[in-house]
Design a protein around this ligand. Structure first.
Ligand SMILES: Cc1cc2nc3c(=O)[nH]c(=O)nc-3n(C[C@H](O)[C@H](O)[C@H](O)COP(=O)(O)OP(=O)(O)OC[C@H]3O[C@@H](n4cnc5c(N)ncnc54)[C@H](O)[C@@H]3O)c2cc1C
Length: 414
């Protein structure tokens, strides 16, 4: 039984996204019999976010197909969902949280799985109507309502995965898309120049007006009304009926930091996802940890894989099976008919090997650091991805000439 201010909840999970949902699911899968509750700011039961910029946005999947579990699952498993409210205060000494409606709840263990909020543009006009993020179902529905309502020109700010995926879907819908990226290439934060060049060419070939190395000065519009354009620092103005801002997230950790948890870029956690506060864990996009697959560099990993695996790690620890978190990071992105699959973290690479043929739209970029395979980006190359991730896990140092030869399976090179 979960009751505000009444009996303590044994495991109180903050955030009903991938990590929060998976933590509750894994607790029950591992036989956990105590009370479990999820407090979630959004109104829907936990759902998958990746399709928001892909199949859901393209109307290929209904929202009901995005549920992580059918809505009745949570009741069947005796997992309380407290939706449409958020945790605004944490008292780690009393082991209590306060919700946005004033309810106080006491916990045995707190799992912070609050993800992140879209980073806002730090310029004038960012609050105009028609300026959108793509993080929640509500964001996406609003945007879809506008495209249904006749929006014909959309400017996407940010050439990361979300911006590029949105650009691909919009272009297919016949919307004229301009994509603005401040860096000298798209995907600069997560991939090497070969991959960036490939995706830039693809988007341009599909009609996207893709501009790199451009700085947004302000958004133009009727004050208190709709956006009508984007003014760039070089004096250019790009006309727009709507704007999508995809410039990353800010970890949603303020209440936990205010409670004294260590952290700067997210909440710091140790190898078991424990924060510096007693009986408080953090998992998913908001957790900052030393990543074994990046030579121990401290980072947040924004992926479904990381959210699910860290959540499972915590659930197991709470069931008496504590093991350090060590999972190979992996990620995917769908744009047009291109399926990108990545494994490992490419940060710090000193050599890349191109395998396959970008012109044939099937290839892989393999990242090496002092001869060791640390990551792969595989485009329409599932076999490379499946076999190549084993090279990363094995810390293999194959001959680069062999890696480049796509007649030799990666499997044999470990
Ligand atoms: C459009 C889009 C496409 C993506 N595509 C991919 C992809 O192709 N592959 C991939 O691996 N990853 C993808 N991701 C990233 C992936 O969805 C995230 O890494 C994952 O959702 C992280 O899970 P999480 O539980 O940590 O955070 P979230 O899923 O963001 O969930 C956190 C939840 O906590 C809530 N919350 C925040 N603060 C509070 C509070 N104080 N109290 C209560 N609730 C709170 C939030 O509202 C949110 O519902 C995509 C993300 C987006 C937005």
């Amino acid at each position: 039984m979960v009751a505000g201010g009444g009996d303590p909840v044994d495991v109180l999970i903050v955030g009903g996204g991938h990590a929060g949902a998976q933590c509750a699911i894994a607790l029950r899968q591992n036989g956990y019999a105590g009370s479990v509750a999820i407090v979630g700011r959004e109104h829907e039961p936990p759902y998958e976010r990746p399709p928001l910029s892909k199949e859901y946005f393209a109307r290929e999947k209904s929202f009901e197909r995005l549920y992580i579990r059918p809505p009745q699952f949570w009741e069947e498993k005796d997992i309380a969902l407290l939706l449409g409210c958020e945790v605004v205060k944490v008292d780690p000494a009393a082991k209590q949280v306060v919700l946005s409606d004033g309810t106080m709840m006491t916990y045995g263990t707190l799992v912070w799985a609050a993800g992140g909020d879209p980073r806002r543009l730090p310029c004038a006009g960012s609050d105009l109507a028609g300026v959108h993020a793509v993080r929640t179902r509500a964001d996406c529905d609003q945007l879809m309502g506008e495209t249904d309502g006749g929006v014909k020109r959309v400017t996407v700010i940010g050439g990361g995965y979300i911006g590029l995926e949105a650009a691909a879907v919009l272009t297919k819908m016949g919307v004229a898309v301009t994509l603005l990226e401040a860096a000298s290439r798209v995907l600069a934060r997560v991939a090497g120049p070969d991959l960036s060049a490939f995706y830039e060419a693809e988007h341009r070939a599909h009609g996207v007006d893709l501009r790199t190395g451009v700085a947004v000065e302000r958004l133009i519009g009727i004050p208190g009304g709709r956006v009508t354009g984007v003014a760039l620092q070089d004096g250019t103005v790009v006309a727009a009926d709507a704007v999508i801002v995809g410039i990353g997230i800010v970890p949603a950790v303020a209440p936990l930091i205010a409670a004294g948890a260590a952290g700067a870029n997210g909440i710091d956690v140790d190898a078991f996802c424990r924060t510096s506060l007693p009986d408080v864990y953090a998992v998913g996009d908001c957790a900052s940890f030393a990543c074994d697959f990046a030579d121990g560099a401290v980072m947040r990993v924004e992926s479904v894989q990381n959210a699910n695996d860290q959540a499972t790690c915590v659930a197991k620890a709470l069931c008496g099976e504590a093991r350090p978190y060590r999972a190979l990071p992996w990620f995917w992105s769908n744009q047009y008919d291109l399926k990108l699959q990545t494994a490992g973290i490419s940060v710090g690479y000193d050599q890349t090997v191109l395998r396959g043929d970008p012109a044939a739209r099937s290839f892989s970029v393999i990242y090496l650091k002092t001869g060791r395979v640390i990551a792969l980006d595989c485009v329409n190359a599932v076999k490379d991805y499946v076999q190549g991730r084993k090279l990363v896990e094995a810390q293999a140092c194959p001959d680069p000439g062999c890696l480049a030869n796509d007649r030799l399976p990666l499997k044999g090179l470990a």
